[in-house]
Design a protein around this ligand. Structure first.
Ligand code: NAP
Length: 295
């Protein structure tokens, strides 16, 4: 059997980049590569090192249909088929939902949920035709637990998990597998690239001025938080699951993932009031009431 063709989105940094190296390194006992990896990103420059290291690169902005179509055409013309699609590209925007710029909210949904759907619509038909294939969607513990200041990201990742679960039922009868990766904290650039107009919350007309510092601090998660899993280790765990003859429907990876999932369970099913009060305090939202009483 030849190498399986893999397309990965968002490979300029973090988990995507680590996945490229982890898959590219896999070989059988005769030294034949198990995967032919197509690393994609918005800017080809950001993939230069991967290319130097022998990985094929293609431009792909998951928001732009023309870019996705050009990527699909390039992969199919080079490799003739696609066996694994990993929807990894993602971003986050922080801010209280009442005042968050709508364009930030939309950008997160477009990148984290509509983008993967567009990629699936582009690549799944070839998989369906060949009667096999694997689609991996990088979801998050945020698909299960709702934290303040993170509505855009939570909404996008919950939606992506729903898409993943529905897709599985719809394509399994056609021979495809679908796997969700529920990721906890993993070292990457996602914190540094977080979109937030922090200054707007320091303005006198913002209802969230008393917690503007907390909003600023929230932008540092997860890259600045103490315990994170390396992107390389997370990638190895994902690749191990990808290589299974029957990939699992979901894997959990990343630091503090199980704690976050437990918090989500408590939030939804056991003690929503208690958990939400705790989360509110964690982000200083309790200060808003005191500040409002003073005015
Ligand atoms: N790190 C964590 O703790 C964590 C936890 C749970 C889930 N995740 C998920 O893991 C995935 C990878 O994120 P990461 O943590 O590795 O962060 P990262 O280092 O910031 O990587 C995100 C990648 O997505 C790309 N991207 C953003 N918008 C794009 C677009 N419109 N089209 C194509 N690519 C785009 C970025 O490219 P540019 O360089 O062009 O911006 C970058 O390559 C994301 O889906 C994220 O939500 C991460």
């Amino acid at each position: 059997m030849g190498s399986r063709v893999v397309v990965i989105t968002g490979c300029s940094s973090g988990i995507g980049r680590a996945l490229c190296y982890a898959l590219h390194a896999k070989a059988n006992s005769k030294g034949i590569k198990l995967f032919r990896v197509f690393a994609t990103a918005r800017k080809l420059d950001s993939l230069q090192k991967l290319q130097e290291d022998g990985i094929e690169i293609v431009a792909c902005d998951v928001i732009l249909p023309a870019s996705i179509e050009a990527c699909r055409a390039a992969v199919i013309s080079a490799a003739g088929s696609v066996d694994v699609l990993i929807n990894n590209a993602g971003m986050q925007a922080i801010g209280p939902i009442v005042e968050q710029p709508l364009e930030h909210f939309r950008m997160v949904q477009d990148t984290n949920c509509t983008g993967p759907v567009q990629m699936i619509q582009a690549f799944a038909p070839a998989m369906i035709k060949q009667g096999s294939g694997l689609i991996v969607n990088i979801c998050s513990v945020s698909s299960y637990v709702d934290l303040p200041l993170s509505a855009a990201y939570n909404a996008s990742k919950s939606a992506l998990l729903s898409v993943t679960n529905v897709l599985r039922m719809e394509v399994e009868p056609l021979g495809l597998h679908v796997m969700a990766v529920t990721a906890g904290l993993i070292a990457s650039d996602i914190g540094a690239k977080t979109v937030c107009d922090v200054e707007q919350y320091y303005q006198t007309d913002s209802a969230y001025r008393p917690i503007a510092d907390a909003i600023k601090r929230r932008m540092d998660v997860p890259s600045a938080s103490g315990s994170v899993m390396s992107a390389e280790r997370a990638a190895e765990e994902i690749v191990k699951a990808v290589m299974r003859p029957r990939p699992p429907r979901e894997i959990v990876t990343g630091a503090r993932a199980r704690t976050a999932l437990l918090a989500g369970f408590l939030q939804y099913w056991l003690w929503p009031g208690i958990v939400e009060r705790k989360f509110s305090r964690m982000f200083g939202l309790d200060k808003l009431r005191a500040a409002a009483l003073k005015t």
